[in-house]
Design a protein around this ligand. Structure first.
Ligand SMILES: [Zn+2]
Length: 475
């Protein structure tokens, strides 16, 4: 064991060996701090983001990848970025899946006949025209399904009753969403005819929550629906009777050929072309049932508004601020994967990635992911968020779904967490509409991102590389 004095000198040596930034108490000069504060205050009084969101939800609306709405969204974004004065505005083509939602019908036929309300999950296939009718076997989780005897599921409709817990943290979504992604694949492997899940949502409205599914290559796709929470309750009450419960399910969803979409990019050019880039991202696509207002129109609006405020400064920032509006996050991350692949060679020149994709709600904390030697710089940035009620909460940011693909390349990422308690009442439902978004929350989130983006763009040494790269799960 080292004596304390040796431990201290070993630590000093370790610090000296790293290419560390200055560990001075204040890494930013007074002028930079004053500009960052001014940007933050300007964001709190600027409705550029809210106006963009109104425009996107009014003039485009739903924009599921591969649909005409998706193409309109790309055209909208190109036109808007140009109109707002961004440079280098362009579309980078992305191949995306194209799935066409059907009109589902689902009813309990025995023991007590009743209609149910549900929505088709993304990637589901049609039933035969007459539908399928089968006994229901109820389980809660994927783990419970795996414990059933091999033949228990064959020829049945599997119901997953896992209920999402309401929480300010997105972790409760992470804990619940596995059933949506993999329930149908796992049930199909065991010979199920179809799948019903309790919606991954926290409301008690009679609407289902859609979302993507993932099938392995060798798995047969089967029809899969998400029941509204009250209808999941109904099905569970009938199952609790102990009598066989039979359900009839009909759906005419189809797959079409894959289509072209695009990541839309616009820049605020930096004054030093060799200093690199700060990427601020959000996803342009949305599910098809609502207007994609919180998910992720708000992110598009917030990040675009933040970058534009920097573009309105009298002097250019040191680094380029690059807005990337990713194609198809919702149905397989095609845009972010394509971006990470096409830009992997310039990863060393990307200083930081940030993404807004957790709704326009009150920020609850700021997470970073940098090499620990850079934490003093991050803490200095965080001091400017404190007047907004936002504290640095840790160094475990993931970059969320899209920018997580950049983190996998070793690019440092920051996350602003938001209070997600109400988000999952409307997430992926017809209720994700413009009226649900509070303009003050768009301004507040913009203020957080503009402060961080500007400081990261100005800090000459950069932020190093991110430790332990691993891609984040889809949202
Ligand atoms: Zn999203």
């Amino acid at each position: 064991m080292l004596k304390p004095t040796c431990a201290a000198s070993a630590a000093l040596l370790a610090l000296a060996l790293c290419a560390t930034p200055s560990l001075a108490a204040e890494p930013f000069d007074a002028a930079t701090l004053s500009t960052a504060r001014a940007l933050r205050e300007r964001a709190l009084a600027d409705d550029t983001g809210y106006d963009l969101l109104r425009s996107l939800t009014t003039e485009v609306g739903p924009r599921l990848c591969g649909t005409p709405g998706d193409a309109r969204a790309v055209a909208w974004a190109l036109a808007r970025l140009k109109a707002l004065g961004f440079a280098n505005v362009h579309a980078e083509p992305v191949r995306v899946p194209h799935w066409i939602r059907g009109t589902p019908q689902v009813e309990i036929v025995a023991p007590w006949k009743q209609p149910m309300v549900g929505v088709t999950l993304g990637g589901s296939v049609a039933t035969p025209p007459e539908g399928i009718e089968a006994d229901v076997i109820g389980v809660t989780t994927l783990g419970e399904l795996a414990l059933l005897p091999a033949d228990a599921v064959r020829g049945k409709i599997v119901y997953f009753g896992n209920r999402m817990r309401r929480s300010a943290s997105v972790a409760s979504y992470g804990a619940a969403v596995g059933v949506r992604g993999r329930g149908a694949g796992e049930a199909s492997k065991r010979g199920a005819l179809g799948v019903l899940i309790r919606s991954v949502g926290t409301d008690d409205d009679r609407v289902g929550h859609t979302g993507g599914m993932r099938f392995e290559k060798d798995e047969t796709r089967i029809p899969a629906l998400a029941l509204s929470n009250p209808d999941a309750d109904l099905l569970e009450r009938q199952l609790a009777s102990g009598q066989p419960v039979r359900v009839r399910l009909r759906d005419d969803s189809q797959w079409a050929d894959s289509a072209w979409s695009a990541n839309v990019v616009g820049e605020i050019p930096g004054r030093d072309p060799r200093a690199g880039v700060v990427v601020v991202g959000a996803h342009l696509d949305s599910w098809d049932l609502g207007q994609g207002a919180h998910d992720d129109g708000a992110g598009v609006a917030i990040m675009t508004a933040a970058a534009r405020l920097i573009g309105q400064l009298p002097a250019r920032p040191r680094r380029t601020i690059r807005v990337v509006l990713f194609a198809n996050e919702e149905f397989g991350l095609s845009g972010a994967r394509t971006y990470a692949r096409d830009h992997a060679a310039e990863a060393a020149g990307i200083t930081l990635g940030m993404e807004s994709d957790l709704g326009a709600y009150a920020p609850t904390g700021f997470q970073s992911r940098v090499t620990p030697a850079y934490l003093p710089v991050v803490h200095a940035m965080a001091r400017l968020l404190e007047p907004l009620g936002v504290k640095h909460t840790g160094n475990e940011a993931s970059g969320d779904a899209d920018v997580g693909q950049l983190y996998a390349l070793g690019i440092p990422v920051f996350d602003i967490d938001t209070d997600a308690s109400e988000y999952f009442d409307l997430h992926h439902t017809p209720n994700d509409t413009f009226d649900k978004v509070d303009p003050a929350m768009v301004r507040l989130n913009t203020a957080c991102y503009v402060t961080l983006a500007y400081l990261a763009a100005e800090y000459a040494p950069g932020l190093g590389r991110a430790p332990r790269a691993a891609p984040a799960a889809g949202r």
